[in-house]
Design a protein around this ligand. Structure first.
Ligand SMILES: NC(=O)c1ccc[n+]([C@@H]2O[C@H](COP(=O)([O-])OP(=O)(O)OC[C@H]3O[C@@H](n4cnc5c(N)ncnc54)[C@H](O)[C@@H]3O)[C@@H](O)[C@H]2O)c1
Length: 475
């Protein structure tokens, strides 16, 4: 189904176009930005079936999953921006401190300019177009570099953008690592990168050469704690959904489960039942389930099977799953117990449908395991104890936390979404996405303020020294 790509411009040409476009868009009224967002919304609603077909071709993602995780996140982001943009972009009046009484101040949100958006393959449509919503809402122009791993969706993105926008507003450059690095060498005004922590470091180093600001939406091992007092059946079902959605290839999927030892057996039993209910309720083989996708390619299939083999050879036991099939990169939902903490399974981001279950004896121990690893993108806590919940919130650090559920915080338009250190820098979505693509310009206007009397300028007479002393002591 891969069609011929539209004739691509060179990397440099695309940059030059969006750079000159950015000079124009910064002068435009907010209405122009809204028009662009509306065009995107219309295109998506007209072309839903094309989006579903492209993502299916890339890794057999079920159509309903495309609705939930590729189309809805973008359309809801657009609708939210359309409703809120006027108020987000309005200059915000700021009170003057006593020392500057008599002056007036405001924050003016100006577009950063020409931006680069680099996307991963796991949600190939929404993670390329979602950031574009914030980018255009803030009045910028953009070059998008979709992932080379999902070629059908990448070509569709190119088609969408050339249907909708002049190349001075948005351009798409398709290609792999080399193209990405060529783009990264250019002095964009902001880079919004979604991908792995390893490549995040490459992006940040390249950005440093031009002192370009970055938003890095990265990954990592997001833990889920299942506390002793909890609704085990509910927790098992939600964890099964969050883990096996998109074949576990979700940046905020629960990576591993820390389960209180007193409920471990019950949790394992419930998880096994829930997975069956989700993907083979009528005894259909999971491989034939229309609701279960595939690993994106042979390279990732091999990476995952090697993680599983290594875990099993170092003592892990398979609770369920196991019959993988390299013919179509199928790995069934799996859970492992007795996984060694020194195995690669517990050291690398799994990014596939395998859930290691580790039991703990007290919460300190679970928190200790989490804190021994780089700060995760998401942390999940299932439990009824508010004391334990508060302890987890206070004693761990992660980009986001979701309590008594999984993954759904991604869809909350008013929450900042993103990581911390190894799992990311900067936040996305809604107002926070708008801020990521804006320069918050502080503006001060002198009127009749204390400093307008120039009483702190040299030469420092005794009177001026007194004024400075008063300023230091009281203001
Ligand atoms: N925080 C989030 O919102 C979020 C969302 C989805 C995925 N992720 C993370 O993304 C990762 C999976 O996606 P991926 O495999 O596509 O990530 P990746 O880092 O391998 O690739 C992401 C993008 O970077 C480009 N790229 C790859 N290597 C590069 C290099 N050396 N120099 C310059 N560019 C390079 C790729 O072409 C692709 O467009 C996981 O770690 C996952 O957790 C994070």
């Amino acid at each position: 189904m891969i069609e011929q790509p539209i004739q691509q411009q060179s990397v440099q040409q695309s940059f030059d176009f969006v750079k000159s476009g950015a000079i124009k868009t910064r002068k435009e009224p907010i209405g122009e930005r809204k028009k662009r967002l509306k065009l995107m919304l219309q295109w998506i609603s007209k072309n839903e079936s094309k989006i579903k077909a492209a993502v299916y071709q890339d890794f057999k993602k079920p159509a309903s999953e495309v609705d939930i995780s590729e189309i809805y996140p973008v359309t809801s982001e657009i609708k939210h921006a359309l409703e809120s943009l006027t108020s987000w972009a309005k200059p915000k009046k700021i009170d003057a401190p006593l020392s500057l009484l008599g002056t007036t101040s405001h924050i003016q949100y100006e577009p950063k300019g020409a931006c680069l958006i680099i996307a991963p393959w796991n949600y190939p449509f929404s993670l390329a177009i979602g950031p574009l919503v914030s980018c255009l809402a803030a009045g910028n122009t953009a070059v998008i570099k979709p992932s080379e791993m999902t070629p059908n969706t990448s070509i569709l993105i190119e088609e969408m953008i050339s249907d909708l926008f002049d190349k001075e507003i948005v351009s798409v450059i398709n290609g792999g690592v080399e193209v990405s690095q060529e783009l990264l060498a250019l002095p964009f005004d902001h880079i919004f990168f979604t991908g792995s922590p390893q490549v995040g470091k490459v992006v940040m180093k390249a950005a440093a050469e031009n002192l370009t600001s970055v938003t890095l939406e990265l990954g990592g091992k997001s833990p889920v704690i299942v506390d002793e007092r909890t609704d085990i059946s509910d927790a098992a079902e939600k964890i099964a959904w969050g883990k096996y959605l998109n074949n576990g290839q979700t940046c905020i999927a629960p990576d591993y489960a820390l389960v209180h030892e007193n409920i471990k057996d019950k949790f394992e039993e419930k998880l096994t039942t829930k997975v069956k209910e989700l993907f083979s309720a009528d005894e259909t083989k999971i491989q034939d389930s229309p609701d279960y996708g595939r690993i994106v390619n042979a390279k990732h299939y091999a990476r995952l099977t090697s993680l599983i083999d290594e875990a099993v050879s170092t003592g892990a036991e398979i609770l369920f799953g196991g019959d993988a099939n390299s013919d179509d990169n199928f790995i069934p939902p799996m859970a492992l117990t007795n996984v060694s903490m020194n195995s690669r399974m517990m050291e690398e981001e799994i990014f596939g449908p395998v859930l290691p279950i580790i039991s703990y004896n007290n919460l300190e121990e679970a928190i200790g395991i989490i804190n021994s690893k780089p700060k995760p993108l998401a942390l999940y806590y299932f439990g009824r104890s508010s004391k334990n919940r508060k302890k987890v919130l206070k004693e761990t650090s992660s980009g986001n936390v979701c309590i008594n559920d999984c993954v759904i915080h991604f869809g909350h338009a008013n929450l900042p979404f993103g990581g911390v250190n190894n799992s990311g820098i900067g936040k996305a979505h809604g107002y926070y996405g708008f801020l990521a693509f804006s320069n918050e310009k502080g503006v001060l206007k002198q009127r009749i303020g204390l400093t307008s009397t120039k009483s702190i300028y040299p030469p420092y007479s005794n009177f001026k020294k007194l004024v400075i002393r008063i300023l230091k002591k009281y203001l």
